[in-house]
Design a binder for this molecule. Structure first.
Ligand code: PEP
Length: 257
């Protein structure tokens, strides 16, 4: 983390939890975030967004959608527009989570379309980028990340458009095998430098989150990296005690740090 940027601790619940779970998890996050030094956000399944909006409204926990469509409306069965997320109380939306890319066929062009739609609706996109294990092992990590970042940056209309980026190596998501802080530092450095090529001021303020098997034991190590500005957390965010500990984590006091 850097003194200029408040870390964001974000929980992506994916397709997990009942309505009652969502309420309980959100209540725990609100309690943990009260006087924490980090910002916090939760990304519930669509059906629970309204319920969770009621819990986190007025608190330090922001609400986010897990994805959106690039179109404003139309015959896109099961899709959700950025405007709908905005109207439900969301501040953020994930764009191009690796599961959307791998399981739902979202390519760079589609992801860029969702990012543009998010901005036009008034949401802050969280652009997710990351290499597969094969891409890493064949020495293509940097080129893949920059290609994905460039596709998103092309949708930015001006310096006031909000943006968060999440570096999530695909091989680290849900595997229990997190990247090392050094691997994250290298990737985050490439990403920030790329942002700087188009907007140096944005590069200084953009939050770049690390995601991939983050837990209460390892989060402190990531927060020690100057270019890591928080975490996007899947599995461990489903445990309210763990997520609360991570919301309150700091480089100095993180559990296990
Ligand atoms: C994710 O899906 O964004 C993620 C980081 O998952 P996990 O923390 O379970 O690896």
């Amino acid at each position: 983390m850097s003194a200029n940027r408040i870390p964001l601790i974000a929980g992506n619940w994916k397709m997990n939890g009942s309505r009652a779970d969502a309420r309980a998890w959100a209540e725990a996050a609100v309690a943990a975030a009260g006087d924490a030094s980090n910002d916090a956000a939760v990304f519930p399944p669509y059906p629970w967004l309204g319920e969770v909006a009621g819990v986190v409204g007025g608190s330090r926990v922001a609400l986010g959608g897990q994805a959106c469509h690039g179109e404003v409306s139309g015959a896109y069965t099961a899709a959700v527009s950025a405007g709908m997320l905005m109207e439900t109380g969301c501040r953020y939306v994930l764009c191009g989570h690796s599961e959307r890319r791998a399981l739902f066929g979202e390519d760079d062009a589609f992801v860029a379309g969702t990012l543009g739609a998010a901005l036009r609706a008034g949401l802050e996109p969280v652009l997710c980028v990351g290499e597969t294990l094969e891409e890493r092992e064949t020495g293509n990590t940097q080129s893949v990340l920059l290609r994905q970042v460039d596709a998103g940056l092309a949708e930015i209309r001006g310096p006031d458009d909000p943006l968060t980026i999440a570096y999530e190596p695909v091989w680290a998501i849900g595997t229990g095998k997190a990247a090392s802080p050094a691997e994250a530092a290298e990737a985050h450095g490439w990403i920030r430098a790329r942002v700087a090529e188009t907007d140096a001021e944005r590069a200084g303020r953009v939050r770049i989150l690390y995601g991939g098997s983050v837990n209460p034991e390892n989060i402190g190590g990531f927060l020690e990296v100057p270019d890591v500005d928080g975490a996007l957390i899947g599995g461990a965010a489903l445990d309210p005690a763990k997520f609360s500990a991570m919301i309150r984590a700091t480089p100095a006091t993180a559990p296990g740090a």
